[in-house]
Design a protein around this ligand. Structure first.
Ligand code: 13P
Length: 268
C-alpha cells in the first residue's frame, strides 16, 4: 500500500462547448467545496485547449488565492519543441502561462490514431519538465498484445523509452515537477469494459516493480488506472494497494459521475 494522495483526473478529450465546459466546471467546484476538510483526494480536469482560458477564469474566481486549490487545471497534449515556427502547436510554456499545472502525455489515442512515437512522448515529457508542468504519461496494451500475454513487456518498453525524463523527475514531489503514470489498457478505453480491479492491480504492481528495478522512487510514484472508470466501479479500483488514482474519460463529462468517482455527490 502506498501512502500517495489519490489523484482523480478528468480527460475531457475533444468534447464540449464553452457553455458546457463552464457548466461542468461550476458544478465540480460547487461539489468540491463540500469536501470534508483535508479532502482526501487531489482533483484535476484537462479540457480541450480552446476551453482552458474560461475554465481557468472560473477556477480563479472560485479560489482567487490559489486557482488550483479545489481543482487543478491541465492540458491533453503539448508540442515536442519549446517554441517557434510550428503552425498549430501549443508549447509547454504557453500552457503554464495559461494557468495549467498539469499535462496528459502519450495518450493511446495520440499514439495509435495520430502516430505519436515513444521518442515524441519523451521529448514532450522533457518540455513539460522544463516548463514546470506535472505530467501524466499514459501506457497500455492493445487487446491483441494482452491475448499474446505481452502486457507487461509492452508497458515496460513504453516506460523504458521515457527513462531519461523519469530519472530527472521527483515522484510525489509537491511543488517539484511530478510524473504520474497512467495505466490505460486500450481495450478498456471508451468501451465500457473496465479492467477488473484485480487485473489492474496486477499491472500496477508490475509497473511499480519495474520502477524499483530502475532505481526510481517506486513507492512515491503515483500510478493511475484509466479505462471505463465510472462512479459504480471506482471505489473497487481505488481500494487496490497499487492504484493511486484514476484517469477518467467519458464519465468526467458528468458532474455527478465524476464527483461520484471520488466518493462525493453533486450539489442539488
Ligand atoms: P474512458 O473513461 O471514456 O474509457 O476513457 C479513458 C481515457 O482514455 C482517459 O484518458
Amino acid at each position: 500500500m502506498t501512502d500517495c494522495v489519490p489523484l482523480i483526473a478528468g480527460n475531457w478529450k475533444m468534447n464540449g462547448t464553452r457553455a458546457s465546459a463552464l457548466e461542468l466546471t461550476r458544478g465540480l467546484v460547487a461539489g468540491l467545496r463540500e469536501r470534508p476538510p483535508g479532502g482526501g483526494s487531489q482533483w484535476l480536469v484537462c479540457p480541450p485547449f480552446v476551453h482552458l482560458p474560461l475554465v481557468e477564469a472560473c477556477l480563479r474566481e472560485a479560489t482567487p488565492e490559489d486557482a488550483g486549490a479545489l481543482l487543478a487545471l491541465g492540458a491533453q497534449n503539448l508540442a515536442a519543441t519549446a517554441g517557434g515556427a510550428l503552425t498549430g502547436e501549443v508549447s509547454a510554456s504557453m500552457l503554464r502561462d495559461a494557468g495549467c499545472t498539469w499535462v496528459i502525455l502519450g495518450h493511446s489515442e495520440r499514439r495509435t490514431l495520430l502516430g505519436e512515437t515513444d521518442a515524441q512522448v519523451l521529448a514532450k515529457l522533457q518540455r513539460a519538465q522544463e516548463a514546470g508542468l506535472h505530467s501524466i504519461v499514459c501506457v497500455g496494451e492493445t487487446e491483441a498484445q494482452r491475448e499474446a500475454q505481452r502486457t507487461v513487456p509492452v508497458i515496460e518498453a513504453q516506460l523504458e523509452a521515457l527513462l531519461p525524463a523519469l530519472q530527472g523527475a521527483s515522484p510525489g514531489g509537491l511543488g517539484a515537477t511530478e510524473v504520474v503514470i497512467a495505466y490505460e489498457p486500450i481495450w478498456a478505453i471508451g468501451t465500457g469494459r473496465s479492467a477488473t480491479a484485480e487485473l489492474a492491480q496486477e499491472v500496477h504492481a508490475a509497473i511499480r516493480r519495474w520502477l524499483g528495478t530502475q532505481g526510481l522512487e517506486a513507492r512515491a510514484t503515483r500510478i493511475l488506472y484509466g479505462g471505463s472508470v465510472k462512479a459504480a466501479n471506482a471505489a473497487q479500483l481505488l481500494a487496490m494497494p497499487d492504484i493511486d488514482g484514476v484517469l477518467v474519460g467519458g464519465a468526467s463529462l458528468s458532474v455527478g459521475e465524476f464527483l461520484g468517482i471520488g466518493g462525493l455527490s453533486s450539489r442539488p
